[in-house]
Design a protein around this ligand. Structure first.
Ligand SMILES: O=C(O)CCC(=O)C(=O)O
Ligand SMILES: [Fe+2]
Length: 361
């Protein structure tokens, strides 16, 4: 039982302390392994097959549809995940973000490791943050940023010849976050509006205009071609800790699945130009449990390198999220204690899937 294949950077090998830390947080050099290492082999039981013909499929909502609002409410109550079309986010920008993600992940492993995320850090290159809760490693790598990725981009692309490419990468990622933030705000308004709330009721959840408070995290996910997909896991089951996550998955390749009580794992197949809207735990708290956060995972395949781009949207730093009073019953029973995004992330980092339960009153 060795994880040693996941250590590929020479500089890390020479330092035992560093070695120990990075052992946990750096991804495998996927190109260098012809067969699935033991460290990445999951039991087939945990990888139960998704349903080929689920009795229901994940809703796809056309935001131009006059009934979109009630469809959104129903999807939030029943699924906690849905796809939207006619969302207004520029297709070019989605495609560019995918191309730039592929460019980053196709860099040699030691080059990517120069931008490795620090153990306590939020940004940079590395394994999924939830890795520490599972005995086996996942078949994926990620790159996260909050606002400008310039610092990590300088570590990734160090040569003068790379200047243009590096600047372009940063431009695409910064623009992507700005535009996504607007769409995420609109989606929150739409969801809460579907429960009869007005913008006035929910103003405190949003950033004050012009305060420059970054409140989203952008994460590029990469799932390399896998020699034995039935025994590997791309991203283990989890709920997101955001208010909501807007996910772009490249068109050709399925991988995302959502767990539906009483049914099993249901695939979320890519729909051309659509975005996946994924409700996070903070939305569950805000809605006093009326909306659910979706338990989801990503699987891998033998032929395609899958890439996804996830924008996690949350409240400004100092805002405490608690159930909206309008959504509590006549006794005003609110089910959860007030919590900031940071406090919730810390709880999740320690207790993982018990976090929501621990915030319960
Ligand atoms: O790649 C995907 O489809 C899922 C990504 C995801 O769930 C996440 O980044 O939290
Ligand atoms: Fe997720």
């Amino acid at each position: 039982m060795s994880n040693n294949n996941s250590i590929s950077s020479k500089s890390f090998k020479t330092n035992p302390i560093h070695h120990h830390l990075t052992h946990e947080i750096i991804p495998l050099d996927f190109n260098s392994v012809p067969k699935l290492p033991d460290s990445h082999t999951w039991s087939t039981l945990t990888n139960s097959d998704p349903l080929n013909n689920p009795p229901e499929s994940v809703p796809v909502i056309d935001l131009f549809d006059p009934n979109a609002i009630s469809q959104v409410r129903r999807a939030c109550e029943r699924w906690g995940i849905f796809q939207v079309t006619n969302h207004g986010f520029p297709t070019d920008l989605l495609n560019e973000a995918e191309l730039q993600s592929r460019r980053l992940f196709s860099l040699p492993s030691d080059q990517k490791l120069r931008a490795v995320r620090s153990p306590e850090g939020l940004t940079g290159y590395g394994l999924a943050r939830i890795s520490s809760f599972f005995p086996k490693r996942m078949w994926s790598e990620g790159f996260s940023m909050v606002g400008s990725p310039a610092e990590h981009a300088r570590q990734l692309w160090q040569h003068d010849d790379d200047n243009d490419g590096r600047d372009y990468f940063c431009d695409v990622m910064e623009t992507y976050q700005k535009v996504m933030e607007g769409l995420a705000e609109e989606m929150v308004s739409l969801m809460l509006g579907s429960l009869g709330l007005t913008n006035k009721d929910t103003k405190w959840v949003k950033p004050k205009k012009g305060c420059g408070d970054a409140q989203g995290l952008l994460q590029l996910n990469s799932y390399p071609v896998c020699p034995d997909p039935t025994r590997a896991m791309g991203l283990a089951p989890h709920t997101d800790s955001s208010l909501l996550t807007l996910l772009y998955q490249s068109n050709s390749t399925s991988g995302l699945q959502v767990h539906r009580e009483g049914i099993g794992w249901v695939p979320v197949h890519p729909v051309n130009g659509a975005l996946v809207v994924n409700l996070g735990d903070l939305m569950h708290i805000l809605s006093n449990g009326r909306f659910k956060s979706a338990l989801h995972r990503a699987v891998v395949n033998e032929t395609h390198h899958r890439v996804s781009v996830a924008y996690f949207y949350g409240p400004p730093k100092d805002v405490k999220i608690s159930p909206l009073i309008q959504l509590t019953d006549y006794c005003h029973t609110s089910l959860y204690r007030p919590v900031t995004w940071k406090e919730y992330l810390d709880t999740k980092a320690t207790h993982f899937n018990r976090a929501l339960e621990l915030i319960k009153k």
